[in-house]
Write a protein that binds this ligand. Structure first.
Ligand code: ATP
Ligand code: MG
Length: 563
């Protein structure tokens, strides 16, 4: 490709809302342009990168016998009602009607559609296992689309679904998919971690996320210094800490604590450690057809992990609740205790069978001390947010927290969808059984941004070998110099014939301008054909180090082929 013909409108400035390097450089480099909130065009350079990533993904999936399909982007609402997700999915699901008033959704994921495709066609265990995928547009009406391609509303996803006769075969496929995803990321040159994950609205058990490590990642990931343990903070576990017990001088029973509401106020008044207190976190849980107040009890020194809390009560989301609202319900915020609650409540698993706590007395201005969870029949679930410095539940070493961007998510779904959609096959005993399923997502357009989020400098992009739009750019310093132009053209044609993806920067622009475009666009190498040509030399520039090396002009082709 000749740069003089390439549609790559580079700019000096980025839009005001572009905060992250990937967003800034992809827009400034003319890779993408914004259409509307969370919706992007891919210009020629962006499209090349997108297709390259797509191809790497496709090649690796082909290696493990997954088969590519393409499902309708628009899905009849009927299927979503059958699975029960029509109401559960919330506002991210865009619903609409056609001229005949038939209801549809813009597919945010395609479990239902894929089960529907398979259910009338795969009738026997002899046709299993089956692993089908597509690389196709998804739409999710995200509450806060941001960071360019990282969180769009319309985006390109690889979504795969596997069908099995039993859990054991699913587990085998799941491990294979994990390896396949890891191979994809290795080929793209990304540093990643595979982490334990929350299963979210899709449901199912065993779930892992593939996280690319990046300072600007939206996800907190907990990693162990001593072993392989890594988990999304939403699913992270810790070794139960040995808390030092402390009890108030006042002894056990009701204690007058006038106007003292926060853990800090009460613990310092009673001269006890916050870990010897139980705190109540009040949430308004929003369900598809109603809402209710739910209480979560955790240790005074801990923090509630919202995703864990949502999973516990099965709500779609939490909404804010004012003290006024609580007053109207007769709840005294600051004095809530776990005893005699009429409200739905959950207690952190680490509190089960523990005793000697101070907690609210469910009465204004009173707390009780000596509270025990021994033999109390509460619903105990893991609710706490793991903190840096907590210890690993596998090996006991310290846990650290780093930032990551989720690029892939693999799930063992089981029969959640096949059961709901009545999708069965005849097993080895001739009995009808719902398929056991896995689902595997990967954000293809998100990966375009992730490449840059992990690899950039202050001047621009640093594409890896497998993702770069061009391996090399030949920069003609002065196109009016006939010798320079003709040498560059000959080299360009030779490289093209040898199968090298090369861009010839033959624009009638200043050399400095062309160099800064090279730095912004981030191809791994450039060859500068400049004044030195007169004395028989050209230069190779390495984009990462920006180091220039002079090479005899007659040796440049061989040198480039070697690289
Ligand atoms: P997130 O937690 O980031 O919202 P998710 O859990 O909703 O992701 P999945 O439903 O597992 O994501 O989708 C599979 C993959 O699709 C994700 O791993 C991610 O790479 C990509 N993806 C999800 N939402 C978006 C989005 N809004 N924009 C771009 N890519 C996305
Ligand atoms: Mg999401």
């Amino acid at each position: 490709m000749r740069f003089s013909k390439l549609f790559a409108p580079t700019t000096k400035d980025a839009p005001k809302d572009a905060l992250l390097p990937s967003h800034i450089f992809l827009i400034r480099g003319g890779f993408i342009s914004q259409v509307g909130s969370g919706i992007y065009n891919f210009l020629p350079l962006g499209k090349i990168v997108l297709d390259k990533i797509k191809n790497v993904v496709k090649q690796e999936l082909d290696c493990i016998d997954a088969q590519e399909t393409q499902l309708g982007f628009i899905t009849p609402s009927e299927l979503w009602k059958e699975s029960g997700r029509y109401d559960k999915f919330g506002k991210e699901l865009l619903r609409f009607k056609d001229r005949k008033s038939n209801e549809f959704v813009l597919g945010p994921t395609h479990e239902e559609a894929m089960v529907d495709l398979v259910r009338s066609r795969v009738k026997s265990y002899k046709q299993l296992p089956l692993n089908l995928y597509q690389i196709n547009i998804k739409f999710r009406d995200e509450a806060r689309p941001r960071y360019g391609l990282l969180r769009g509303r319309e985006f390109l996803m690889k979504d795969g679904y596997s069908f099995h006769e039993d859990e054991e075969d699913l587990k085998r496929e799941f491990s294979k998919m994990q390896l396949c995803y890891e191979n994809i990321l290795k080929r793209l040159g990304l540093e990643y971690r595979v982490v334990d994950a929350d299963s979210g609205a899709i449901g199912g058990s065993g779930s892992k996320e593939i996280m690319v490590l990046a300072d600007n990642g939206e996800d907190d990931i907990v990693v162990c210094e001593g072993c392989d343990y890594a988990a999304n903070i939403e699913a992270a576990k810790r070794k139960k800490p040995d808390f030092e017990k402390s009890q108030p001088k006042q002894g056990s029973g009701k204690i007058h604590t006038p106007d003292l509401k926060t853990i800090e106020e009460i613990s310092s008044f009673l001269e006890i450690k916050p870990s010897s207190m139980v705190k109540a976190v009040v949430k308004k849980a929003i369900y598809s057809d109603n809402e209710e107040i739910v209480l979560f009890f955790i240790r005074g020194c801990d923090v509630l992990q919202e995703t864990k809390a949502l999973s516990a009560c099965g709500a779609i989301e939490f909404a804010d609740i004012s003290e006024n609202e609580l007053d109207n319900l007769g709840i005294d915020a600051g004095f809530i205790g776990p005893n005699s609650q009429k409200l739905k409540m959950f207690v952190d698993l680490e509190l089960s069978n523990e005793k000697d706590f101070v907690c609210g007395a469910n009465e204004k201005d009173y707390h009780i001390s000596g509270f025990s969870f021994v033999d109390k029949n509460f619903e105990y679930v893991d609710l706490i947010m793991v903190q840096e410095g907590d210890l690993c539940s596998c090996c006991g070493r310290e846990l650290k927290i780093t930032k990551g961007i989720e690029v892939g998510h693999i799930f063992m779904l089981g029969d959640t969808y096949s059961k709901a959609l009545n999708a069965t096959f005849l097993d080895r005993n001739g009995k009808a059984k719902p398929y056991i399923m896995g689902t595997y997502g990967m954000g293809i357009s998100r990966l375009v941004a992730v490449m840059i989020e992990q690899h950039h400098d202050e001047k621009g992009c640093l594409w890896s070998k497998e993702s770069t739009p061009f391996a090399l750019s030949i920069i003609v310093s002065n196109v009016k110099d006939k010798e320079q132009l003709s040498f560059a053209q000959t080299l360009y044609e030779k490289l093209q014939n040898a199968g090298v993806e090369v861009l010839l920067d033959d624009r009638a622009e200043r050399f400095g301008f062309k160099m800064s475009d090279f730095e912004l666009l981030g191809f791994p190498k450039a060859v500068i054909v400049g004044k030195g040509l007169a004395t028989g030399e050209v230069q190779i520039v390495d984009r990462k180090t920006l180091e220039k090396t002079s090479i005899e002009k007659d040796k440049i082709f061989d040198k480039l082929m070697e690289i």
